[in-house]
Write a protein that binds this ligand. Structure first.
Ligand SMILES: N[C@@H](CCC(=O)N[C@@H](CS)C(=O)NCC(=O)O)C(=O)O
Length: 101
């Protein structure tokens, strides 16, 4: 995997998420002010010309910061940053409130 990164808010969200989880990946930094995300080779990865982009090992690309964070959470579940499902707690609350599940 490889992260296409830039000095901007949405790529920063992914970088912070990775730092909190201790994930290290190859990173290619793009200079947005120089139009590097609008060059044809990058537009082929994300036709919107935006960062961040996560290149997967199978050649596909994830082009939304939250989707990238969720994908990384799936690959590296600990320490969790999205929380863990509490199925039993939820269904028992529904039961008490008269909902069926
Ligand atoms: N929905 C996208 C938005 C990404 C986005 O807006 N990226 C900006 C930086 S914060 C960008 O790369 N802009 C480059 C450009 O518009 O040329 C996400 O959250 O990943």
């Amino acid at each position: 995997m490889k992260l296409y990164d830039a000095m901007a808010p949405n790529p920063r969200r992914v970088r912070i998420f990775m730092a909190e989880k201790g994930i290290e990946l190859p990173i290619e930094h793009l200079e947005l002010m120089e139009g590097q995300s609008r060059k044809p080779e990058f537009m082929a990865k994300n036709s919107l010309g935006e960062t961040p982009v996560l290149e997967l090992d199978d050649g596909r690309y994830l082009t939304e910061s939250i989707a990238i964070c969720r994908y990384l959470e799936h690959l590296y579940p600990e320490p969790t940053r999205f929380g863990k499902p509490q199925k039993n707690k939820h269904s028992s609350k529904c039961g008490r409130a008269g909902w069926s599940s």
